[in-house]
Design a protein around this ligand. Structure first.
Ligand code: ZN
Length: 455
């Protein structure tokens, strides 16, 4: 009774915000529903015939969740998923409320929620998940010393609190995630990459998990793939990368268009680019294995998945091709910069830097991003967004001669980029969260992209 009321009120709030044009991303229905019944998410997810899957980690949550939802939907199954970025308990609640019937019941098989690391204990407690995935733990912007360790402890506590039969699925290549998994009382399912052919040279200077969690010695890396993720071991022999149950071999990166790799004897391909997406692909595949999905079935489903909101979305405008890439922390930014150059020969960039609440108010983290890679590479870089001037200063210190003067207006910045690009060329739009939302809105108004809630 109480939950039906909470669901109705939440739904009414959701309809109201859609009517007033605040369509994408609101979690307000979740706030309203939880105020009326704090147990509403627990009750709704207990209706699920399959169960709940939780996905956490610093980077890649949205893409991994998208892939896992696609795997489950093909069964076929009805899948409830929260919106990109709405990854607190209110966002998950809002998603469940939106899909519940007027009787207050959730008539679906699965829920796939991307969950902020710090929210994981609460989400585990309320949804009693069948599987929890931890993809990586990078320093998020300006986290103070020790916060990464604190988050690791929070995640470990959440994984230990999983119900019987709940499976932890962990990235063996991330030293902090490895540390978490090696302390668990029940064995996790490990996944990783084992193909030195696609490794990158060295740890980027923003890498943060360089030291052994046991003795503090500098970890040795036989291979580095993404950020501080790779094949690591402590020279003192007290800590090393766990051997993955599912390892990606024979990884082929076909520009930014496609990744192929072999795991568990199955060739997997997905229309996403960049080595960081090989981890997201492996994460989804490992989660699917944990849920009992067949490798051949997954391979077939994954072929047809499209990029998630703002994650490598493509569009064409005035004869030029563009890729939007979300960048919200130093590791993520370094990865998309490096891969846009390494795999697509990127030369034309717009960098949209905002400092609103969802972006982080302090933008000094851009000094941890290696914009120096653009120095001899870029033909044009337009700094834009609310903090275009800070971005311009950063590019100046990186000696990027192709940098234009700051243009805070994203529309004018995009026009400037288009004009500077030869016809048929590829452009890359690297944006923080709210800059991406603004830019995407602008692209929809210009008819170059579909509105998100219509896709
Ligand atoms: Zn050690």
């Amino acid at each position: 009774m109480r939950r039906a009321l909470a669901v109705m009120a939440g739904k009414a709030t959701g309809n109201l915000s859609r009517l007033t044009g605040r369509g994408g991303g609101t979690t307000f229905p979740g706030d309203v529903a939880r105020a009326l019944d704090p147990q509403v998410l627990r009750k709704l997810t207990s209706d699920l015939k399959g169960g709940t899957v939780l996905i956490t980690g610093t980077n890649g949550k949205t893409t991994t969740a998208r892939l896992v939802a696609a795997l489950l939907e093909g069964l076929p199954a009805r899948v409830v998923a929260n919106r990109a970025g709405a990854n607190l308990i209110y966002g998950a609640t809002a998603a469940a409320v939106a899909r519940a019937g007027l009787n207050g019941r959730l008539d679906a098989e699965w829920a796939v929620f991307e969950i902020d690391e710090a929210t994981l204990p609460k989400a585990v407690e309320e949804t009693r998940p069948k599987a929890v995935l931890v993809g990586n733990l990078f320093r998020d912007q300006l986290d103070r010393y020790g916060e990464l360790e604190l988050l690791a402890m929070t995640i470990e506590r959440a994984l230990e609190a999983m119900p019987a039969g709940g499976q932890a699925v962990l990235n063996a290549d991330d030293p902090r995630v490895g540390q978490i998994g090696l302390s668990l009382s029940r064995p996790p399912l490990w996944y990783g990459i084992e193909d030195p052919g696609v490794a990158v040279g060295e740890l980027p200077h923003a890498a943060d998990a360089r030291t052994c969690p046991r003795c503090g010695a500098a970890l040795e890396f036989a291979a580095v793939y993404v950020g501080h993720d790779g094949d690591y071991r402590c020279p003192n022999g007290d800590f090393a990368r766990p051997r993955p149950d599912l390892a990606a071999t024979d990884v082929r990166l076909e520009g930014l268009d496609r990744i192929q790799l072999t795991a568990a004897g199955t060739r997997l391909g997905v229309a996403l680019g960049g080595l960081y997406n090989a981890y997201n692909l492996m994460a989804a595949f490992a989660l699917g294995r944990a849920l009992g999905l067949k490798p051949d079935y997954m391979a077939e489903r994954l072929k047809h998945v499209e990029a998630a909101f703002g994650r490598q979305e493509r569009f064409e405008a005035r004869g030029r091709r563009f890729t939007m890439m979300l960048a919200k922390n130093p590791t993520g930014f370094n990865e998309i910069l490096r891969e846009s150059i390494r795999l697509a020969g990127g030369r034309h960039y717009l960098v949209g830097l905002n400092d609103r609440l969802a972006d982080g108010r302090d933008v000094s983290w851009i000094w941890d991003v290696d914009f120096e890679v653009l120095k001899d590479q870029a033909a044009v870089v337009v700094p834009s967004g609310d903090r275009a001037y800070d971005m311009a200063v950063r590019l100046k210190y990186a000696a990027v001669a192709a940098a234009r003067p700051p243009e805070p207006d994203l529309g004018r910045a995009l026009d400037e980029l288009i004009e500077a690009m030869p016809e048929g060329a590829d452009g890359f739009l690297l944006c923080t969260y709210t800059a991406m939302l603004d830019l995407r809105g602008l692209l929809v108004r210009r008819g170059w992209l579909r509105p998100y809630w219509a896709t």
